[in-house]
Design a protein around this ligand. Structure first.
Ligand SMILES: Nc1ncnc2c1ncn2[C@@H]1O[C@H](COP(=O)(O)OP(=O)(O)O)[C@@H](O)[C@H]1O
Ligand SMILES: [Mg+2]
Length: 380
């Protein structure tokens, strides 16, 4: 059953997935709340789908309240099956399952999940299996955007400028940490940045100033991932660009982050509230133009779709530009960089959401052109 919209045109039913199993669960809640608030309710029927930190899916009633442990009537345990014959949310509680046997169909899903188990291609893979259109990058783009080591390999293959880096497995640290440290010192020097390959929000990221700090930084990163990325530290301005589109994406005006700490760590991002976003970034036109071009190239290189925020390091001394990373589900509160940059480029927040949903539907439609069966030619 569908609710009729204005003028008899039925509303588009949008599943907004929020929360999730990653360390960025809380950030996701804030982003998703903004997205849901801004969605035009005459056009969209919003179905919030909350994922607990344990990975349990909750829908119905007020699942966000349920997620926060508040009383929430009518919520129920649900699941999305990777099965296109049941393309919706299938109730899981025994009673609910009897009462609401029919899956809740979804026209499109907006995953507002940051970090692993949401931004990394896993949820995207499930949505592919279920054949439901969704906002943002597909499986490959999401996975590449999440893995800083693989992302750099792809950037390099596309001739994009990146900082000098090395990648180590946790096992190599276990076996011979001294040799790893010697190599970092010799090849990259100080300061360097040590990061878990798959995470975000600067969790597990350290700026290392000397050998004494190196060991603890490596072990910290290794506690978050089996792959560790170490990079040459740049005395950098941090410039960001929002990209929007599918095969012919567009770049927004640029923004600059002025972190309130020595670098843009978790505190500077979410706790202190004293970091500044400067829009547009004060840069000469030709340099800004070049960075916007690089943003589009980086987006295409990792096979993004819909949206991505591309982050750059601009060396203060040499003015060299480096692509730092692509974020396939960037922070999405009304005051986050991604939507702010589009607003400054003439696309207000609600229109941005409309466009993202359109792009998700377009991409799904485009994929239907792909043949899924093959009939070998009969032998002459
Ligand atoms: N190579 C580098 N040189 C200088 N600063 C860096 C470098 N790498 C990271 N940083 C700083 O650390 C922050 C977090 O690193 P980043 O790679 O963006 O991880 P995350 O995915 O967690 O945002 C950056 O915003 C920047 O402030
Ligand atoms: Mg970053």
């Amino acid at each position: 059953m569908r609710s009729g919209g204005m003028g008899g045109k039925r509303k588009i039913r949008v599943g907004v997935i929020l929360g999730g199993r990653s360390g960025e669960h809380e950030v996701s809640l804030v982003s998703a709340q903004s997205v849901m608030n801004a969605m035009d309710k005459t056009k969209y029927e919003v179905i919030p789908i909350a994922i607990t930190k344990e990975g349990r899916w909750i829908a119905g009633g007020d699942p966000v309240a349920a997620l926060k442990g508040l009383p929430a009537e009518d919520t129920h345990h649900t699941a999305l099956l990777g099965d296109p014959t049941q393309r919706g949310l299938v109730p899981q509680d025994a009673m609910e399952a009897v009462e609401r046997a029919a899956p809740v169909e979804l026209d499109v899903v907006f995953p507002v999940l940051h970090g692993p188990y949401g931004e990394d291609g896993t949820v995207q893979g499930l949505l592919e299996l279920a054949d439901i259109p969704y906002v943002g990058a597909g499986v490959l783009g999401s996975a590449l955007g999440m893995d800083k080591a693989a992302m750099k390999d792809v950037f390099k293959a596309h001739g994009l400028p990146i900082v000098r880096y090395r990648v180590y497995k946790r096992l190599e640290l276990d076996r011979n940490q001294k040799q790893v440290e010697d190599e970092i010192e010799r090849e990259l020097g100080y300061p360097c940045f040590v990061k878990p390959a798959n995470l975000g929000s600067s969790v597990g990221v350290s700026k290392v100033h000397d050998r004494a700090e190196l060991g603890p930084a490596l072990l910290l990163a290794a506690s978050y991932d089996r792959k560790i990325v170490v990079e040459q530290g740049i005395n950098a301005r941090e410039i960001e660009c929002s990209v929007l589109g599918n095969d012919e994406p567009e770049a927004s005006v640029l923004g600059e982050i002025i972190p309130c700490n020595e670098f843009y760590d978790y505190n500077a991002k979410y706790i202190d509230g004293r970091s500044e976003l400067v829009i547009p970034a004060p840069l000469p036109d030709d340099l800004a133009q070049r960075i916007r071009q690089l943003a589009i190239q980086a987006f295409l290189a990792v096979d993004c779709a819909g949206m991505a925020r591309v982050d750059f390091l601009l060396d203060r001394d040499t003015l060299d530009v480096y692509v730092n990373e692509v974020n396939t589900i960037p922070g999405f509160t009304a005051i986050s960089m991604y939507p702010k940059l589009w607003e400054a480029s003439g696309l207000p927040y609600p229109a941005l959401i409309d466009r993202l949903i359109e792009l998700a539907l377009e991409r799904h439609e485009e994929k239907r052109r792909t043949r899924t069966s093959y009939t070998p030619k009969a032998k002459e």
